[in-house]
Design a protein around this ligand. Sequence first.
Ligand SMILES: [Zn+2]
Length: 88
Amino acid sequence: MTPCPACETAAVNPITGMYYAGCSGCEMRAARQSPSYHAHMNNLKRTPGSADRRAYVEAVERKEGELIASVIRKDYAAWWEERKAVKA
Ligand SMILES: [Zn+2]
């Protein structure tokens, strides 16, 4: 998939306010800038059990939609991989 012009701009300037409707890259970037995103990430990082984390993300999905849920799921997995790499 070719990135849209807003995604290309965001690659060099992450704080760009440009978003294109219907672009999944833009939608994910917008979700990461929503006020609840950081709260959800902090809550997930403080939740030790994987079943509890799954339940948390499912609750987010029901309340706030599939997009934010998939973004925090993805970013938590990336954070976890990074943490594992540091420890090893
Ligand atoms: Zn885009």
